[in-house]
Write a protein that binds this ligand. Structure first.
Ligand SMILES: [Zn+2]
Length: 336
């Protein structure tokens, strides 16, 4: 697609996702548009269902929606009881993304649920469809932009952010670079934030550089699984670039997340930090969906520890309400 036509799409789409009365950006959930301030307490990285079978075998035939709902709804209700209002589902296409399931669970639980567009390149390309290898970044972006404009697979459900993933080796592989470029094009055309499953800092910094080269400001980028990085000074670096630092595996190790959060508070980074559990998920093919991890450790374990370490209510509010609303607002962030 030519640059000119991409730019005109960007302007048209960006205008339609701002409330004309207030010029406020909006957020897109599985039930439609809302304002960022309506998100409330938000878990920014969780999973209702993940199917690791691979892109060549995955499909809706792999699970029964009623069984998934029976198994997962109680966990969503438990999160809601702890004050969660918005649940961001990070399962991408070809890994079990199911917009009909998410919409039904949103209605039954009363939680706002947000889903995504984009492809997952990590784990040696196992979750990439064939066309991800043959198409250009522009062609992939056209597919993702189409989901944003017209909904996912006829469901009417629109994605609220871009979820990609890259392998942790640097330099990034050709395919991973293509996913990042496709995400950049999609961001500039739609204003959706880019969350990239990454892990260590070096690939994250390479992604940020690639995005900037494509004209995207790093504030549109969420460095997913930043807790994997053990050299905390990279958090300062990502912060200075303007990227979001996502410490999103709380259910797997509360103490390690506490250490990183204390570092971020001491270094004045909290206004760019996101937290979540990376919990769940129903695994098709396993008995009753396997061992499901609850979405509660932040409230039952982490917050009491944060309070013991001098985190104020305002700090906790920043992590769970203020930052998610800023990070997921639909807003084109072009690089200077
Ligand atoms: Zn995840």
């Amino acid at each position: 697609m030519r640059l000119y036509s991409l730019l005109s799409i960007a302007v048209l789409v960006a205008l339609s996702y701002c409330n004309p009365a207030t010029q406020q950006p909006e957020v897109i959930s599985v039930n439609g548009k809302m304002t960022p301030s309506e998100m409330g307490t938000t878990l920014i990285h969780e999973h209702i269902l993940v199917d690791f079978i691979g892109a060549d075998s995955v499909g809706y035939h792999r699970w029964d929606r009623d069984s998934v709902i029976a198994q997962t709804l109680p966990f969503l209700v438990d999160a809601k009881k702890r004050g969660v209002n918005t649940f961001i589902d990070c399962t991408p296409a070809y890994l079990g993304r199911d917009p009909w399931l998410l919409q039904e669970l949103s209605e039954l639980s009363g939680l706002t649920i947000i889903t995504n567009t984009g492809y997952y390149g990590a784990v040696g390309n196992k979750y990439l469809p064939e066309h991800a290898f043959t198409e250009t970044a522009e062609q992939l972006a056209t597919r993702w932009i189409d989901e944003f404009q017209n909904g996912i697979e006829g469901s009417g459900v629109k994605p609220g952010f871009i979820k990609i993933s890259v392998n942790s080796d640097v330099p990034l592989s050709t395919v991973d670079q293509k996913l990042v470029r496709a995400a950049a094009i999609t961001h500039l055309a739609t204003g959706m934030t880019i969350a990239s499953h990454t892990g260590p800092a070096l690939p994250a910094l390479e992604e940020i550089a690639l995005l900037k080269a494509e004209g995207v400001d790093p504030s549109a980028f969420i460095w997913v699984h930043a807790q994997i990085e053990t050299d905390f000074t990279y958090y300062n670096k990502a912060y200075d670039l303007g990227a979001w630092i996502s410490l999103d595996g709380v259910v797997w190790d509360v103490e390690e997340h506490l250490k990183r959060l204390i570092y971020c508070k001491k270094n004045g980074l909290l206004d760019k930090v996101l937290i979540s559990h990376d919990a769940g998920w129903y695994s098709p093919g396993e008995l009753n969906g396997g061992d499901f991890k609850a979405f509660t450790a932040i409230f039952d374990e982490l917050i009491p520890l944060l309070k013991q370490n001098d985190f104020s209510e305002k700090d906790i509010d920043q992590l769970l309400r203020v930052n998610p609303a800023r990070a997921f607002a639909i807003n084109v962030k072009a690089a200077n």
